[in-house]
Design a protein around this ligand. Structure first.
Ligand SMILES: [Cu+2]
Length: 429
């Protein structure tokens, strides 16, 4: 009796397992034709970056990713010697339409083995790209083929899964955007930005990121650039805007704050919110390491709006952290003495970090410790993981429109310039 019961359970279990559909089954049963940019989706915008080219071979979108040594300028004054894909850090955006089948040829030109993992994508286990677990590592000089469906629209990432600390740390990373197929452009976002967040430790006077660093990261990038080298995100007044963030930093989560707006977080690398109307409005989106977030808003507030990581140390470029706290210290006497030895010397940091941006002292080679963003009113003392959302009326293109032209009388002003002589008495109405 017990034996029969167990037998029935095994049969039932097997039948049950057999009936569980795989996530890509529906796509595989009736695969759509390869998605066409423009017809099926509005291509994403990659500030400072690029989108990977593909060919359609036997009805499949075929991409080539070459992992290789990359020399890349992070900002004017700093060239980094990292590892990347197709000549850049991060690698190009892989952009697809829901249901597309891909064949991705990964060629390893790194000096050590590698493999590429498709982070967040639901695919057969053998395509997951984990060296040692789902495939042998790709030896230097060899090419491996990955082939699978992108059965669901979403925001994903790709990165090395062999010696990940070293290879991701040096830049073997990239983003993946899979668009929902939507024939009506009016129902798509007008501006769909993709930004990958990353961090490196590059001691001043060096070019090779130190991937052994655990906490002191001094180069915090958006699509491989630091402010002021980050391209602005440009939108027309009234545009529906999506910004997709991915974070493949080694150790840091990034709370990205957008000025002037409230937005909703509508998606992650795990999928989409079912009902955006019930989502808490936000002004900051926390993008954890190994995660993606998509924010949605309508660009209804014209201006130059900062968008930056709110970890204040993540918006400084290569600034040293290991000198004494000098805020409020009078160092004039000391400066005079040291100037006899080092002409032009002055102690920095006694009134904060503004001094850093205007010093005349010579900088070490290949370094940007004092680089910050300049606005139309002066220095921001902000660099690193920062950029600008520029929302404009009546623009013909999405090229950088330059500084915002503030309507007269809308800018904060010094008290002595107040034109009225009337004193405001807060106790009188
Ligand atoms: Cu940050």
């Amino acid at each position: 009796m017990i034996k029969i019961a167990i037998f029935i359970l095994i049969i039932a279990g097997a039948a049950n397992a057999e009936s569980v559909p795989r996530p890509w089954d529906k796509t595989a049963e009736s695969p759509p034709s390869p998605g066409v940019p423009g017809d099926d989706y509005t291509p994403a915008v990659v500030p400072n970056g690029s989108t990977a080219k593909y060919e359609i071979v036997d009805g499949v979108k075929e991409f080539h990713l070459t992992l290789e040594e990359v020399e890349m300028e992070i900002a004017d004054g700093l060239v980094v010697h990292g590892w990347g894909c197709n000549g850049s850090i991060p690698g190009p955006l892989l952009e697809l339409a829901e249901g597309d089948r891909v064949r991705i040829l990964v060629t390893n030109h790194l000096p050590q083995k590698s493999s590429i993992h498709w982070h967040g994508v639901l695919l057969p286990c053998g395509m997951d790209g984990v060296a040692g677990v789902t495939q042998p590592a790709i030896p230097p000089g060899e090419t491996f083929v990955y082939e699978f469906y992108f059965s669901e629209a979403g925001t994903f990432m790709y990165h090395s899964h062999f010696d990940t600390m070293t290879q991701d740390g040096l830049g073997v990373i990239g983003m993946i955007v899979v668009h929902k197929r939507e024939p009506d452009p009016a129902k798509r976002p007008d501006r769909d930005f993709a930004i990958l967040l990353h961090e490196m430790s590059i001691p001043v006077n060096t070019a090779r990121p130190n991937t052994l660093e655990q906490s002191d990261f001094n180069i915090l990038t958006m699509n491989g650039k630091v402010s002021p080298a980050t391209d602005p995100l440009v939108a027309k007044l009234g545009d529906r805007v999506w910004i997709r963030f991915g974070n493949l930093s080694a150790m840091s989560h990034h709370p990205i704050h957008l000025h002037g707006y409230r937005f909703k977080i509508i998606g992650s690398d795990g999928g989409w919110i079912a009902d955006p109307s019930s989502v808490l409005p936000e002004t900051t989106v926390l993008v954890p390491v190994g995660a993606a977030r998509v924010i949605d808003f309508v660009a209804d507030n014209p201006g130059d709006w900062m968008m930056h990581c709110h970890m204040t140390h993540h918006t400084m470029n290569q600034m040293g952290h290991d000198f004494p706290n000098l805020i409020g210290v009078d160092t004039n006497d000391l400066d005079e003495k040291i100037q006899k030895l080092i002409p032009g010397y002055h102690t920095m940091g006694t009134k904060g970090m503004m001094d850093m941006t205007k010093t005349g002292m010579p900088l070490p080679a290949n370094s940007i410790p004092m680089l910050g963003m300049k606005g139309q009113f002066g220095q921001t003392v902000m660099g690193g993981m920062a950029t600008m959302l520029k929302v404009r009326e009546n623009i013909e293109s999405y090229d950088d429109p330059g500084f915002y032209n503030f309507p007269e009388g809308t800018v904060a002003f010094p008290l002595e310039k107040r034109e009225t002589s009337e004193e405001i008495d807060p106790h009188h109405h």
